[in-house]
Design a protein around this ligand. Structure first.
Ligand code: SF4
Length: 341
């Protein structure tokens, strides 16, 4: 049998939100999907060499992931992410990503850089599916339609798992396992703290920073080890997000910034939902400068402890560990009942 052609997907940026959609669609079209290796020092260093100094670390790492795939795949899937909700757009660096990647100083396989844009004319998503298929040389409308429906179903299951409280790495595993419904039940819901003395923290930030343990210095894993219940924006129900999208006088222009901000405002408003907020922000990220300040001001107004952690390629595990531990200790002391006598 002829081996399947391979499409490489970088394990960075939109991977954490849309991988089930990409993978299912491409596989249903009859291709094999290869994902780049988990981020490591080489990937980061390769990415740094190919990008400008002031690019944020997620963009640098993305370039390293593209290089990790070059030479072992027939295509690289690097869609131009424009809009996921038809209202806001992705940040300018996402918009220009395929163009930046083309400047990598190494021979790359053809890029599949179709526009993912749910705004504008109706059928934005279908145009995207047809464009991806065309870039891969597939023209059969029946095959494309079937693959698209299957991909949308997979993506919906993934989002359901995320809302149930599963975090992206676990939800990705579950969504592609056969046993997904049984395994997909997460124990905790946002805002439901399980034990009296346990601490719940909102870990806010863009999923490609929060859930890449290499660039975030493993903050999520550290919190779990400390026995902290971690709430992220992905698990906030859509209905609540819609409600908070009407709270700010002016929403941000950028998709992920809005998601993080609406979730933060909800958790701050809910008062007892979490004991504190940790905001992971990428050094050099323009949108984050505003998101961070908004969350800080609102948390302060509500008397909710707030820790902002800026990450870049120099972020060390030790520094993060100390700050996170000190923050959690402070939350525990604040929560402990005052003993008299
Ligand atoms: S939103 Fe910020 S962190 Fe994300 S790609 Fe854009 S500049 Fe980088």
């Amino acid at each position: 049998m002829k081996p399947l052609k391979r499409v490489g997907i970088p394990r960075a940026l939109s991977y954490y939100s849309f991988f089930p959609l990409w993978k299912e669609f491409i596989e249903e079209l009859g291709f094999a999907v290869i994902v780049s290796s988990p981020t490591n020092r080489k990937i980061l260093e390769d990415g740094i060499k190919e990008t400008v100094n002031d690019a944020c670390i997620p963009i640098k790492v993305y370039h390293g992931h593209v290089l990790d795939l070059a030479g072992r795949v027939d295509y690289i899937f690097a869609p131009r992410m424009v809009s996921a909700d038809g209202k806001s757009t992705f940040c300018p660096k996402f918009l220009g990503l395929p163009d930046m990647v083309r400047f990598i100083d190494e021979a790359l396989p053809p890029l599949v850089d179709s526009r993912y844009n749910r705004s504008g004319l109706p059928g934005g998503l279908w145009r995207f599916f047809y464009a991806v298929a065309a870039a891969l040389g597939v023209r059969n409308p029946l095959l494309i339609g079937r693959a698209a429906l299957s991909a949308l179903k997979k993506q919906r299951s993934y989002q359901k798992l995320l809302r149930s409280g599963l975090k992206p790495p676990a939800a990705l595993e579950v969504v592609f396992s056969r046993d997904e419904i049984k395994k997909g039940r997460a124990p905790a819901q946002p805002g439901l703290k399980q034990e009296e003395d346990s601490v719940a923290v909102a870990l806010l930030g863009y999923p490609y920073a929060v859930f890449d343990p290499y660039i975030s210095a493993g903050i999520y894993q550290k919190l779990v080890k400390l026995g902290v219940e971690v709430v992220t924006y992905e698990q906030i129900p859509r209905k609540i997000m819609r409600r908070f999208s009407k709270v700010m006088p002016q929403n941000f222009f950028w998709y992920y910034s809005n998601q993080v901000c609406w979730a933060g405002l909800h958790l701050i408003d809910a008062k007892t939902a979490v004991d504190g907020i940790i905001h992971i922000t990428a050094f050099g990220c323009g949108p984050d400068a505003m998101v961070d300040k908004t969350l800080e001001i609102e948390a302060k107004r509500a008397g909710l402890p707030f820790l902002s952690l800026a990450i870049d390629e120099h972020t060390g595990e030790g520094g993060v560990q100390t700050r996170v531990e000190a923050f959690i200790d402070m939350l525990k002391i604040k929560k402990a009942p005052v003993r008299v006598g």
